[in-house]
Design a protein around this ligand. Structure first.
Ligand SMILES: NC(=O)c1ccc[n+]([C@@H]2O[C@H](COP(=O)([O-])OP(=O)(O)OC[C@H]3O[C@@H](n4cnc5c(N)ncnc54)[C@H](O)[C@@H]3O)[C@@H](O)[C@H]2O)c1
Length: 263
């Protein structure tokens, strides 16, 4: 029987959140800090990371991290270990989107997006797993996929392909790391209002010949719950996945999407 008290769920834990300076990552970082963890906000945008840390207090640490650089990911893990004593949770959240018809893309654009969205998550998982295996006490890795990883969307093929890869990456790692009691899951959010949406609204608006407002309304109309999601809608699930209440859950992807289908 587990009965985790959410207010103290992560007291004393060391957590790294990539892309933790804004949007969903910031919501996840805020949640873990509130629940007692020390959180490394590992982001390429140091202005935003510094601002986030200022608001979150001394258990949040900003680290300049580019998920395309394995060494900078390893450093973020080392800082978590130095600050909290160990690494308990790695949230590979950083990701970008590109909106373009396939025939207007080139290999360099594909490689850049896959480097951040897929290789960055794989290397973040790698450095976290190495640390957790060395510690010998298990741990949790949680990766950002998307509803777009479960079904394709016109003009977003690079992104959807990258997010589908995250589901299989997470499933594979869950099997590979189970003997070390490291659980690997991923989240597949629907439409969560964050800075990323500026890129989506302008890109989709352009591709479909709609204004920003028309595009926003069209997306909203697809959400049965009647509102866009918030970073906290994702953070609450990620936090729970990293508690003993979810001890038998690994290799899963969990949607938070206001009842959208087929996600
Ligand atoms: N917002 C949504 O509706 C939605 C839906 C499904 C999935 N997701 C996924 O959730 C994750 C977070 O999305 P978001 O909406 O908060 O995005 P966002 O653009 O609002 O924030 C992303 C953060 O990642 C950081 N980042 C970008 N490239 C980086 C790099 N190379 N190294 C380190 N940090 C980097 C950015 O600086 C930023 O702080 C992404 O992986 C995204 O694909 C978002």
């Amino acid at each position: 029987m587990h009965a985790t008290d959410s207010a103290t769920a992560h007291v004393g834990k060391g957590v790294v959140v990539t892309g933790g300076a804004k949007g969903i990552g910031l919501g996840i970082a805020q949640r873990f800090v509130r629940e007692g963890a020390t959180v490394i906000i590992a982001d390429i945008d140091m202005d935003a990371a510094t601002e986030a840390v200022r608001d979150l207090g001394e258990r949040a640490i900003a680290m300049e991290t580019d998920v395309r650089d394995e060494d900078s990911l390893r450093l973020a893990v080392e800082v978590a270990v130095e600050s909290a004593g160990q690494l308990d949770v790695m949230v590979n959240n950083a990701g970008i989107i590109a909106v373009a018809p396939l025939i207007e893309t080139d290999a360099a654009q594909w490689i850049r997006l896959l480097d951040i969205n897929v290789v960055g998550v794989a290397m973040g998982s790698k450095v976290a797993a190495k640390q957790m295996i060395a510690q010998g006490r298990g741990g949790c890795i949680v990766n950002a996929s998307s509803g777009g990883g479960r079904h394709g969307v016109a003009n977003v093929s690079q992104y959807c392909a990258s997010k589908a890869a995250i589901i299989m990456l997470s499933q594979s790692l869950s099997q590979e790391l189970a003997a070390d009691k490291i659980r690997v899951n991923c989240y597949t959010p629907g439409h969560i209002m964050t800075p990323l949406w500026e890129d989506i609204l302008s890109g989709m608006g352009e591709a479909l010949g709609r204004s920003r407002e028309e595009t926003l309304e069209a997306f909203l109309a697809t959400i049965p719950w009647g509102r866009f999601g918030t970073p906290e809608d994702v953070a609450s699930t990620v936090s729970w996945l990293c508690t003993p209440d979810a001890e038998y859950i690994s290799g899963q992807c969990i949607a938070m999407n206001g009842a959208e289908l087929p996600w």
